[in-house]
Ligand binder design. Structure first.
Ligand SMILES: Nc1ncnc2c1ncn2[C@@H]1O[C@H](COP(=O)(O)OP(=O)(O)O)[C@@H](O)[C@H]1O
Ligand SMILES: [Mg+2]
Length: 434
């Protein structure tokens, strides 16, 4: 910084005190000026830094806004467009410079007063609105949501409109519906798989019985053939008696009735299993008929137990006959789901699960209960929602109760989730009596 020119008083002779004081004052002034100057430079540096940060933030916001596929329009309190994003420019095929400052009404193709009222009412549901398109007249309908724009004091300063073309939403919805149908199908296949596992297990027993018996019968036939062959050749009586003992013909004859009866019983078991499977018609269209819920429940429990390879049955408290109106196959699926869940809740401990059925006026009621942890109160209303599950990934689809609920509702019945006072959960299935 340049030094100021010497003043007159500084050169005056004989008044050195005053001259000295003035010089000190000058030095002080210059020091202050230098201080101010360096402060200024500091401020400028800070300002530039802030400006850079601001530009960075602006670039960030702009790139975010232009990358979202939803349209975005910001209006001031008088309804003039302040900002639009890239998606909106694409939708309307208009230039940003033309749009900024334009009243929103001018880009709306639909009933304007309607939207005006809606905006006045503030935030709300989606509205389907068409915009003006620079080439084609109007855009496809957009599902639009409005939110109030607030200024830095938190006071309303305009409106933010966001939305998505309805066609796109519809396509997404269709894709979602398809995915959901696929999952439902998967869950059905999974429960069919469990059923088949149970059936296979159930068939295994009588079939291995039959195979074993037939093996023994084949051996016996060889011995009988040898014995009869000797007789037909006209052996002497002592020879025949020797043969009879060595071939153990008497024991063989004694075993035969049991072997044949056992084989017949095994074959009957197989036939019964096949018959019970046939009765479970899984077709959707089958008409409701009188079905024995007690039998269905017992059967379902049986399959689940066999399928999981559990040693004993849960506690069953069922009358012999409990007739309701319905489709056996579908109700079987419901009970299988309930028993599976109950067993899941008690880690497969069959004694922790119980089924009880009764008639209650015009209803047939079946309770599937367990002494597990029960259902958290906040989840009682959610367990019937599709995809609601508290089980680890891969173990639960969250579709079992949802599908069951739908089946029971189609039967004109009800499915309820309760917690027992003594602990554990109860799923209550009620159906109209036949
Ligand atoms: N007996 C039960 N005890 C405790 N919770 C249960 C019982 N039954 C169902 N739930 C709860 O309901 C949820 C949904 O059941 P569900 O629709 O069958 O799907 P998933 O068994 O695949 O989880 C389960 O994850 C569980 O949290
Ligand atoms: Mg389940």
């Amino acid at each position: 910084m340049a030094r100021p020119p010497p003043s007159l008083s500084e050169t005056a002779i004989g008044d050195s005190d005053i001259a000295h004081a003035q010089e000190t004052a000058w030095i002080e002034v210059i020091r202050k000026m230098e201080e101010v100057y360096s402060d200024l430079i500091q401020y400028e540096i800070e300002l530039e830094e802030k400006n850079t940060a601001l530009e960075e933030a602006q670039r960030f916001i702009t790139s975010v806004l232009s990358s979202v596929s939803d349209i975005l329009v910001v209006c001031d309190s008088k309804g003039r467009i302040q900002q639009v994003n890239l998606a909106f420019l694409h939708l309307t095929d208009m230039a940003e410079t033309d749009l900024i400052g334009m009243p929103l009404d001018r880009v709306l193709a639909d009933d304007v007063t309607h939207l005006g009222h809606w905006l006045e009412a503030g935030q709300g549901d989606d509205r389907e609105i068409r915009f003006v398109h620079s080439g084609q007249g109007t855009t496809e309908p957009v599902a639009l949501t409005a939110a109030t724009l607030l200024d830095h004091r938190g006071l309303p300063a305009g409106t933010v409109l966001t939305g998505r073309p309805v066609g796109e939403l519809r396509r997404a919805y269709e894709a979602l519906k398809q995915a959901q149908a696929q999952l439902v199908q998967q869950e059905k296949m999974a429960s069919l798989g469990r059923l088949i596992a149970g059936v296979a297990h159930e068939l295994n027993n009588p079939i291995s019985f039959i195979v074993g018996n037939v093996h023994v019968l084949t051996k016996y036939r060889e011995r009988l053939e040898a014995y009869l062959g000797a007789i037909h050749q006209g052996v002497t009586e002592p020879e025949r008696e020797l043969l009879r003992r060595t071939l153990r013909i008497d024991q063989l004859m004694g075993d035969l009735p049991a072997l044949i009866a056992g084989t017949q019983e095994g074959a009957q078991r197989v036939a019964d299993i096949v018959k019970s499977l046939k009765r479970l018609s899984f077709s959707q269209g089958a008409a409701a008929e009188a079905v024995n819920v007690a039998e269905i429940a017992e059967n379902a429990v049986h399959w689940v137990i066999k399928g999981r390879n559990l040693p004993d049955l849960p506690r069953l408290d069922l009358p012999a006959v409990l007739l309701a109106k319905g489709q056996a196959g579908q109700l079987h699926q419901v009970v299988v789901n309930l028993v599976e869940n109950a067993l899941d809740a008690v880690d497969g401990r069959t004694q922790g699960v119980s089924l009880s059925g009764r008639r209650d006026g015009e209803l047939v009621v079946l309770d599937v209960c367990d002494d597990g942890p029960g259902i958290a109160p906040e989840n009682l209303g959610k367990v019937f929602e599709p995809f609601f599950t508290t089980k680890p990934v891969g173990q639960g689809t969250g579709l079992g109760l949802w599908i069951s609920y739908g089946i029971v509702r189609d039967h004109g019945g009800e499915l309820l989730a309760l917690n027992r006072p003594q602990g554990g959960a109860c799923l209550r299935l009620s159906l109209p009596v036949a």
